[in-house]
Design a protein around this ligand. Structure first.
Ligand code: PMP
Length: 414
């Protein structure tokens, strides 16, 4: 049996892989090696089955019907809110707005928190390593209000220059943003320190947790931020699920962003009143089955345990990094001291997209491109990178197969 012991747990990789039906398929006649997990993760059977069962047995709309099915669907949807709130240790379920993903979460903060506060001359601070979802919404509201967006620098290793981030927390900054983990570099950012500095200055901090929640336990209270955005499909859940956690005081002060059904108390032509948070931010029929799936995804993480996940993923990261370093002309982009299992790289004399296309023919799924991080590509002076992003259901044997395939396609292109 292919197991490895960590101090507290035994990690049975073959049992885990058996839960992910897609991992056993072939692509172009080759066994699939799925190393595009930072893009979206694969889904275990309990997630697929929970959604299936929801549609087979419980489907109805939420919060509207008094019939049994309506109650079951509402309980399942609200149950997912409870589950997710506990998963990130939110102080209250009512501080968790369920969204379609991180993008909707950051846009909600942009239009509902930032825009009403921004004056000409104000600023939003983000960083050079952010995903566009943590840049473009701020630019849109800055344009409307005469504010600016500032970007804190990183170094050549792909680490945030913390002192400079802190130095940029000047009085005109009305919102600070940072990703907990970079989707391109794998860098883990010092979010607690940043949050501490923001609080000293009375600046609200938004953390993009999209690439953190699949790999590490998150405690928003311990982090000390004001907003935490996450997306469900990178953490074993379905696409179109995610959340914004925000401190109650912010949610109460924020006006609704989307209007429609579900988010009102009373609608009158002489003045509509709104539901309390989080419902005032959840207009329209939500992705009920999706959140049923996300509930099962969290259960799955908890059954495996983050301690075991972390140990396994860090071993894989170290092994894959070491094997990649053996390849002549290969340059890793992102060599931070603390990383999640994401490796971006380039090979001299080849284009990332050509490599990815040929790797696909070998059954290896990796992403090439700018990874929705243009400013980061500009910083490193490259148009794109190849990115191998791993998950706890990957194996050393897959790393070996990836390296064999990479050496093969590299030869074809040189
Ligand atoms: N932030 C980061 C760091 C990401 O990696 C992603 C997804 N690539 C997003 C935000 C956006 O997530 P979504 O598209 O699910 O809204």
């Amino acid at each position: 049996m292919n197991t490895t012991a960590s101090p507290a747990t035994v990690f049975d990789i073959q049992r885990i892989r058996a839960d992910f039906p897609l991992l056993s398929r072939t692509v172009h006649g080759k066994p699939l090696v799925y190393f595009d997990n930072a893009n979206t993760s694969q889904k275990p059977l309990p997630v697929i089955e929970a959604m299936n069962e929801h549609y087979r047995e419980h489907n109805a709309n939420v919060s509207r019907a008094v019939h049994q099915l309506g109650e079951e669907a509402t309980a399942a949807y609200e149950g997912a809110r409870d589950k997710l709130a506990r998963f990130i240790n939110a102080p209250s379920r009512n501080e968790l707005v369920l969204t379609s993903g991180t993008t909707q979460a950051t846009n909600l903060v942009a239009y509902s928190y930032a825009l009403p506060r921004l004056q000409p001359g104000d600023a939003i601070l983000t960083t050079v390593m952010e995903h566009h979802a943590n840049i473009v919404p701020w630019q849109l509201v800055a344009q409307r209000s005469g504010a600016t967006v500032k970007a804190a620098p990183i170094d050549q290793r792909g680490e945030l220059i913390l002192e400079q981030y802190i130095a940029m927390l000047t009085p005109e900054v009305k919102l600070a943003c940072v990703t907990q983990v970079s989707n391109v570099l794998g860098t883990v950012n010092p979010v607690r320190e940043i949050a501490r500095e923001c609080r000293k200055r009375g600046i609200a901090l938004l953390v993009d947790g999209s690439q953190a929640v699949p790999h590490r336990p998150v405690d928003v209270q311990a982090l000390g931020c004001d907003f935490y955005a996450l997306t469900g499909h990178k953490m074993l859940g379905p696409t179109g699920t995610g959340a914004l956690w925000a401190r109650r005081e912010h949610l109460d002060a924020m006006p609704p962003f989307f209007g429609g059904g579900e988010m009102i108390r009373e609608v009158r032509f002489d003045g509509t009143t709104f539901a309390e948070a989080p419902h005032k931010f959840e207009a329209g029929t939500p992705n009920i089955a999706g959140f049923v799936g996300l509930f099962a995804a969290i259960d799955y993480y908890q059954s495996v345990g983050f301690e075991a996940i972390h140990a396994w993923e860090q071993q894989l990261l170290a092994y894959a990094t070491e094997r990649l370093r053996e390849i002549p002309g290969l340059r890793i982009i992102g060599e931070a001291a603390e990383k999640e299992p994401v490796i971006s790289f380039l090979i001299d004399g080849t284009q990332a997209t050509d490599l990815a296309t040929l790797l696909d023919l070998q059954g290896v799924a990796v992403r090439s491109g700018h990874h929705c991080a243009h400013p980061l590509m500009q910083f490193f002076g490259v148009p794109s990178t190849l990115r191998a992003s791993l998950a706890f259901y990957n194996t050393r044997e897959e790393v070996d197969a990836f390296i064999v395939a990479l050496l093969k396609v590299r030869k074809l292109l040189m």
